[in-house]
Design a protein around this ligand. Structure first.
Ligand code: UD1
Length: 344
């Protein structure tokens, strides 16, 4: 029988791409999202790709009464992929309690109700941010967890610990924790993509908006790092590749194939790319120069980090497939689609 999967934050950037891949793999998908950083129109984009409208309920996961009512209404949910979270690093420094409440209470509520409703497993959306500034690269899952530099990063670490503690206490659920490197790009159809509210904080939406003339100029945060061209290095992973890893992970977990009750995987390409290299890739795929200037370092930035994805490659049988060029081109196509639609 088709697996019934709850995707929290399913109208968000990574969530919506995962909903598409889940549906295309035969899963029945239900979404909970409070639309705090996304739009219900995303559901239409999903439907245009897959032909299937996922069940969608708008409420906040910190609202336990609504969550209880949801589980009573939708029986037989097999597993959860938990994306819903606040994710702006800078904002988390300004509003720590908001971040701790949103990101931690949401998970607590889900975990508390899972055994009650026979939900067997949860895939958790974590981040390479838990590694802080790595001692060496590429970085594997056994690398030490560093003290978090923001409340946002701390919520990822705390949530990983909460899941582990709950399972170690004997709770009858399983979990797979996925630590993402830097997700970028959009679905090849350009029906869904990243749609940041306001001024983008992340590199690629800032680049594509600058290419479109929405922003005047990209500020490159620092060229005096200890890297070949002086700009920071990240591991940019295609969002559809990332979404596919979630489908593999949840099927592994629900199919009883997990080796341990909690498994952790890095999701990255294994390649480090600098900010200036990424700018050049954008210029190549868009065919136009990108207005950018070097400015000072951004506080809290990590100099260089990229994944050792061997465990995901061998254990999950998952590997990032898309090239950086195709991925940046997909982000540019999405930005152009937003313009055609008059959204941006
Ligand atoms: C950041 C967070 C990470 C979080 C992720 C969520 C930090 C240190 N890390 O990742 O914990 O999971 O966002 O999306 O904040 N850059 C520019 N100009 C810009 C924007 C970015 O030069 O206008 C550079 C940054 O200095 C960095 C790279 O681009 O070197 C990537 O930045 P970004 O997309 O914000 O991601 P991270 O900082 O890696």
């Amino acid at each position: 029988m088709a697996k019934k999967i709850l995707v929290t934050g399913g109208t968000g950037y990574i969530g919506s791409h995962t909903v598409v891949e889940l549906q295309q793999s035969g899963c029945e998908v239900l979404i909970i999202d409070n639309l705090s950083n996304s739009n219900a129109e995303v559901i239409e984009g999903v439907k245009r790709i897959t032909g299937i409208r996922p069940v969608f309920e708008k409420f906040d996961l910190t609202d336990m009464d609504s969550l209880k009512a949801f589980f009573n209404k939708h029986e037989g949910i097999d597993g959860i992929i938990h994306f819903a979270a606040s994710k702006a690093v800078g904002e988390s420094v300004q509003k720590p309690l908001l971040y701790y409440r949103n990101n931690i209470v949401s998970l607590l509520n889900l975990l508390e109700l899972m055994p009650v409703h026979g939900v067997k497993g949860i895939v958790f959306s974590s981040s390479c941010t838990v590694y802080g500034e790595p001692d060496s690269n590429p970085i594997d899952e056994n690398a030490p967890i560093k003290l978090a530099t923001s409340p946002y990063g701390n919520t990822k670490q705390i949530n990983e610990e909460i899941i582990q503690d709950f399972i170690h206490s004997g709770a009858n659920i399983k979990s797979i924790i996925l630590r993402y490197f830097n997700p970028i790009g959009a679905h090849s159809s350009a029906e869904i993509g990243e749609l940041p509210l306001g001024v983008p904080q992340n590199l690629v939406p800032y680049v594509t908006q600058t290419g479109m003339g929405i922003r005047k100029q990209l500020s490159v945060f620092g060229d005096d790092y200890n890297t070949p061209d002086g700009s920071c290095i990240r591991d940019y992973i295609n969002v559809v590749d990332l979404a596919k890893a979630h489908v593999i992970a949840i099927k592994r977990m629900l199919g009883g194939k997990s080796k341990q009750n909690v498994e952790i995987f890095n999701l990255g390409t294994g390649n480090g790319v600098s900010v200036l290299e990424l700018v050049r890739v954008f210029e190549k795929v868009s065919g136009k120069p990108l207005n950018h200037k070097i400015v000072g370092r951004r506080e809290g930035d990590i100099e260089k980090i990229w994944a050792n994805p061997d465990r995901a490659n061998s254990v999950l049988g998952w590997k990032a497939q898309e090239t950086l060029e195709d991925t940046v081109a997909s982000a540019w196509k999405w930005q152009q689609r937003l313009r055609e639609k008059g959204i941006m």
